[in-house]
Design a protein around this ligand. Structure first.
Ligand code: PXP
Length: 257
């Protein structure tokens, strides 16, 4: 079905960590735009660096991104927003009022440091059904953040999601032969998702080294990358950190797969 038309790989920059840094100093901050680092300035730097979209995760515990951030970003940046969200009525209501271009449904638990595994779409189809329908009905493109497993891909397609985001954490944490095995698993999943009519995105743990491997997975549309870009930005600035990653994603290089 070729849902993912292969052109240049797109880069979505996850700027949650910018808000994490701000909240470390201003833990009770809800909507003061004058506190550093400024999330809007960060998004503008990503835009200038060549990002194709901005990803934010409004968590139920509001540990980093705040409600005011999402509306301010929507109002002031030109790039499309990819809104990561847990499946709760509160966050769904915000998504429907925010109207991002995309919503990516992710699992969420209060104890995790970051999103730790893929969403069990196959096991939670009943709970997810109305949420996907509401988002799609409002014209928001829906993605499912899943492990590279056929049953999760099939469940995502059945629910009417337009996209999946393959969880690349196992690949990012593996080394040597195990990492190549994880890469193959991602490639197999990407092909299956494409055949099922889904756009294929990927994210989690992608960095300036492992991008050399993961960029060869086809078909692939968007990489959503946060931690490594924000970390590199400490040393070279956010705009160059984004352009460097974009260049690594799209420069000519012999394929590994
Ligand atoms: N995609 C999703 C769905 C995520 O939850 C995260 C982590 O917030 C990312 C991508 C980015 O992961 P990382 O910060 O490891 O690049």
């Amino acid at each position: 079905m070729n849902a993912t038309i292969q052109g240049a790989l797109k880069l979505g920059v996850n700027i949650d960590h910018v808000a994490t840094l701000r909240q470390a100093r201003y833990p009770n901050l809800l909507d003061d735009h004058n506190c550093e680092p400024d999330i809007l300035q960060a998004a503008i730097a990503c835009q200038k660096g060549g990002a194709d979209s901005i990803t934010i995760h409004l968590r139920s515990d509001r540990r980093h991104i705040q409600d005011a951030d999402v509306y301010r970003l929507k109002e002031h940046i030109h790039l499309p927003l990819n809104f990561e969200m847990g499946n709760t009525p509160e966050i769904l209501a915000i998504a429907l009022s925010l109207m991002p271009r995309e919503a990516c449904l992710v699992p969420e638990s209060r104890r995790e440091i970051t999103t730790e595994g893929g969403l069990d779409v196959a096991g939670q189809s009943t709970e997810l059904h109305d949420t996907v329908a509401a988002l799609r009905g409002a014209g928001i493109r829906v993605s499912m953040f899943i492990e590279p497993e056929i049953k999760q891909i099939e469940a995502s397609a059945r629910l009417g999601a337009e996209m999946i985001e393959l969880h690349t954490g196992a690949f990012a944490n593996a080394v040597g032969a195990k990492q190549m095995m994880e890469l193959e698993r991602l490639a197999t999943a990407a092909r299956a998702a494409d055949a099922a009519g889904l756009q294929v995105n990927a994210g989690h743990g992608i960095n300036y080294s492992n991008i050399a491997l993961i960029r060869d997975v086809r078909p692939m549309s968007d990489f959503n990358i946060g931690h490594s870009i924000i970390s590199r930005a400490l040393f070279i600035g956010l705009e160059p950190a984004v352009s460097e990653m974009f260049a690594l994603m799209n420069s000519a290089q012999p394929p590994h797969l």
